[in-house]
Design a protein. Sequence first.
Lengths: 129, 91
Amino acid sequence: MTGLLLSVVLIYIGIAFILIAAIGIIRMPDVYTRMSAASKAVTFGTGFILLGVVVHFNDTMVLIKVAGIFIFLLFSISVAAHVIGLTAYRDQTEMSSLTFLDELEADVARHQAPEKVADPDKKVKETGV
Amino acid sequence: MEGFTDISMKLALGILIFTSGLIMYRLVRGPSIADRVTAFDVLTCVTIGVLSVFAIMSDKELYIDVIFTLSFVAFLGAIAFSFYLNKRKKK
């Protein structure tokens, strides 16, 4: 009976986090902040929901499967958010007017300079050998 | 006690559907394509929540395998989207 109540409580905590993520997706000013809000809150919320499932079933096999799912989600959500953010940056998606720091700008500008694009890899190889 | 779980799971399902409605707004309206991909990614996680609630409602562990597959497919979807967006940019 305590387990039943605990699983319901855990699932409601997870759902609250997912609801917060959805509100963040609607209210945040630009793509990058939206992505940040979404990926973090959703990871946490999904983790709580899966924990609720484990508590409900109270079974070792379920625990192993859910642990696998959660570890995979932990990697996949963050990697996907990173890759989508980089794509948005390369697509030159507009930032919010509140943004005051763009640390990627210098790196991307250097990488796109015509004479230096081909060099870095070669130099590394030559010095390495 | 069974009734309590049933009612609370139905309420949770309702909240999750409301959440997916909120995310759908960004999916339809999103100014850039990255917004849409993000919204789609979050929508998949909401689906994982819905499947978990289904697993508890019907007391079947089979749904957990479905969640496993769904999380793989969602990850590959997001990566594929951004891969082809990058390709389109270079042309």
